[in-house]
Design a protein around this ligand. Structure first.
Ligand code: CAA
Length: 262
């Protein structure tokens, strides 16, 4: 499916409809400006490829990502970062807006931008010895790739403030308890578990899944009335799709849960 220098986009060999966006910048997958650009390009590629039905974000067996590249960032002044920070956020937002189910497979560390990247997925599977966190405060800065916004939306404002104010590492069992991750498994099982989770959606109704993601993600930022209106329009829109015809015809002819979507 193609390669950049530090980010690979490949199909899972056993589940070709599952695309894997694989970070590969040893030792710690530090997310420098080039990696951020490559992540945005990878997100656009999987978003636009109809053969891709679900996506796994993965950093390899040892580490998900230890954050933005501190050595590169240390050179920035305000004027520089005023521009770069937008590219950083845009790159992660491109991942959050992939209109397909996205699962982060988190091994080792997911810190700073690494944690923020995982927050852009729909679900997170973590190794039982994974460590997540937002240590930016220890560098005299704050999270800049969505951490102050996506983290409180996921775990609530007080827990998010504790994690952001202290910069402490959150162990996998705590992450599971507070909803920062959705499953913990031994390290060797992280990737296969994430792929299995993604594969569950690969044969689903792509347009209905896209509508569900859009309705939840857009609605969560809106007041209830606006959210309900977003849902209503997405719901009605599905009655123009083959997904709806296939799903309902199959129910009437064969009973629940038998539909084969294309
Ligand atoms: N940027 C640049 N280089 C990094 C890095 C980072 N975020 N994290 C680790 N590295 C480098 C280290 O400098 C070291 O390089 P050398 O081998 O050349 O010395 C190498 O990766 C291995 O790191 P350690 O020797 O520190 O390995 P460790 O196992 O002892 O510790 C770690 C691992 C806990 C992840 C530790 O490296 C660490 O705390 N890293 C920094 C984490 C951090 O502060 N992340 C936030 C970055 S800011 C940010 O992300 C802003 C944002 O919102 C986008």
């Amino acid at each position: 499916m193609g390669e950049f220098e530090f980010v690979r986009v490949e199909s899972d060999p056993e589940n070709p409809a599952v695309a894997v966006i694989r970070l590969d910048r040893p030792k710690m997958n530090a997310l420098n400006a080039q990696v951020q650009g490559e992540i945005a390009a990878a997100a656009a590629r999987v978003a636009g490829d109809d053969a891709v039905r679900a996506v796994v974000l993965y950093g390899g067996e040892r580490v998900f990502a230890a954050g933005a590249d501190v050595k590169e960032m240390a050179e920035s002044d305000y004027a520089d970062m005023a521009t770069r920070s937008r590219a950083l956020q845009d790159s992660f937002t491109a991942v959050a807006r992939i209109p397909k189910p996205v699962i982060a497979a988190v091994t080792g560390y997911a810190l700073g931008g690494g944690c923020e990247l995982a927050l852009c997925a729909d679900f997170r599977v973590a190794a039982d010895d994974a460590k997540l966190g937002q240590p930016e405060i220890l560098l005299g800065i704050i999270p800049g790739a969505g951490g102050t916004q996506r983290l409180p939306r996921l775990v609530g404002p007080a827990r998010a403030k504790d994690i952001i104010y202290t910069g402490r590492m959150v162990e996998a069992d705590e992450a599971l308890r507070i909803g920062l991750v959705d499953d913990t498994v031994p390290t060797a099982d992280v990737y296969p578990t994430a792929v299995a989770m993604a594969a569950r959606y690969a044969n689903g109704p792509a347009l209905a899944l896209r509508a569900a993601k859009e309705a939840v993600d857009s609605g969560i930022d809106a007041d209830l009335g606006t959210g309900l209106e977003i849902e209503r329009l997405q719901f009605a829109g599905l009655f123009a799709t083959e997904d709806q015809q296939t799903g309902m015809r199959s129910f009437i002819e064969h009973g629940p849960g038998q539909a084969q979507f294309t």
